[in-house]
Every structure is written in C-alpha cells, then in structure tokens.
Design a protein around this ligand. Structure first.
Ligand SMILES: Cc1cc2nc3c(=O)[nH]c(=O)nc-3n(C[C@H](O)[C@H](O)[C@H](O)COP(=O)(O)O)c2cc1C
Length: 197
C-alpha cells in the first residue's frame, strides 16, 4: 500500500479482521475499549465488535455499567485490536453514541436464550453478593420469560465513530510499520501518513 494516498480504513480493517478470523484461536473480534470519566480517569476492558454500520464500530453492553456511565459522561472512547497471530494492531479514537432501539432489538433477538436472560439477570459492574445471588436472578427471569424475552431497556448497543485510525504491523509485508489515517476536512476522505514506529 502506498502511503500518503487516500485509502478506505474500513475496507482495510475488514481485510485485516478476515485474516485474523482465519488465524486467531478465539475472539478475533475482541477489542480493548477505553473510556474516560468526567474527572479524566480512564478505564479499559475487552468487548466484542458485533457490527460495523457505515463507519461506526458497534458493541453491546449494559447501559448501567461503568463503561456506559463514562460514555454518558464524556461521549468519547478509544478501541484497540491486537491480533497476536498476525502481530498486527489497529487503534481507533472517536465519539460514542447509542445505536437506535431498532438496531439493539435486532441484535438482542439474534442472541441465544441464555444470553438474553443474562442481560436481564446481570447488574453489570455493580457489587454482587454471591454467585448464588446471580443464579437466583437467572432462575427468576427464566421463569418470568418462558416464551418471548423482551430486550431490557438497560441493555443495548453503542457505536464508536472513528475520527482517527492507526494500523500497525510488525513486518514490512504490504503494509509497512505504522500509519495513521485522518479524514480530510474538505470531502471527508481519509489520508494515511506514515509515523515513526
Ligand atoms: C473476550 C471478552 C469479551 C467480552 N465482551 C463483552 C461485550 O461484548 N460486552 C460487555 O459488556 N462485556 C464484555 N466483556 C466483559 C468486559 O470486559 C467487562 O468485564 C464488562 O463489560 C464490565 O466492564 P465495565 O465495568 O468497565 O463496564 C468481555 C470480556 C472478555 C474477556
């Protein structure tokens, strides 16, 4: 790939992800998501990339979790993928917003029954007295929802809209060391610039 040329980071990302899907032992879509509180304290955890809608990276979570509280406070986040099998890294920074109710509903419906019950049972990020207390919640919602399970309003998707990408590869095949892509002001096309590794 020629640097300083306009490239499509989404196409490139999808290409790297599909290569990772063939090589990684598990969860090639796992990404580190960093958020920051209004006081500037960062926190990071792994979530799964579930979709890319237009340019936006979509993941699902509990809307009352720590990450969600921080997203509500600042609306900003960063994502990092590291694929050990390829020795590649992709980083993104951007604004995070909730996806539409329709998108969350559609994804929620596609999940296994156990995962849908889990979304009801888990008060993610809050203190849990015992494992048994969680299993009791699971039993409760299993008996409450014997047939259709509605999506809890406290569970849904977020989308990070990237304002910057970084692609990094520890080799000189095709994509050299490290380059950063930012959109041009005029027409929102992406320009890649090589950076020191
Ligand atoms: C491989 C992996 C995938 C995960 N995927 C998700 C996910 O898609 N959504 C989610 O809410 N938590 C996911 N988790 C759990 C989070 O890392 C984290 O423990 C949880 O979301 C609570 O984070 P918070 O308290 O910072 O909000 C995953 C953990 C691992 C190790």
């Amino acid at each position: 790939m020629e640097l300083d040329k306009i490239v499509d980071p989404i196409l490139l990302f999808k290409q790297w992800l599909s290569e990772a899907e063939k090589k990684e032992i598990r969860d090639p879509n796992a990404m580190q998501l960093a958020t920051v509180s209004k006081n500037g304290m960062p926190s990071v955890r792994t979530v799964l990339l579930k979709d890319i809608i237009n340019c936006d990276f979509v993941f699902y979570t509990n809307y009352e979790s720590r990450k969600s509280n921080e997203i509500n406070e600042t609306g900003k986040g960063a994502i990092c993928f590291y694929w050990k099998s390829l020795n590649r890294q992709v980083r993104l920074v951007g604004d995070i917003t909730k996806v539409s109710e329709d998108i969350s509903d559609k994804y929620y419906k596609s999940r296994s029954r156990g995962s849908r019950i889990g979304a009801w049972a888990s008060k993610q990020s809050r203190e849990l007295e015992s494992r048994e207390a969680l299993m009791e919640e699971v039993r409760l919602f299993e008996s409450k929802y014997t047939d259709d399970i509605p999506r809890p309003s406290h569970w849904g998707g977020f989308a990070l809209k990237p304002i910057e990408f970084e692609f990094w590869q520890d080799s000189d095949f095709r994509l050299h060391d490290r380059f950063i892509l930012k959109p041009t002001k005029q027409n929102n096309q992406w320009i890649a610039k090589r950076h020191y590794p």
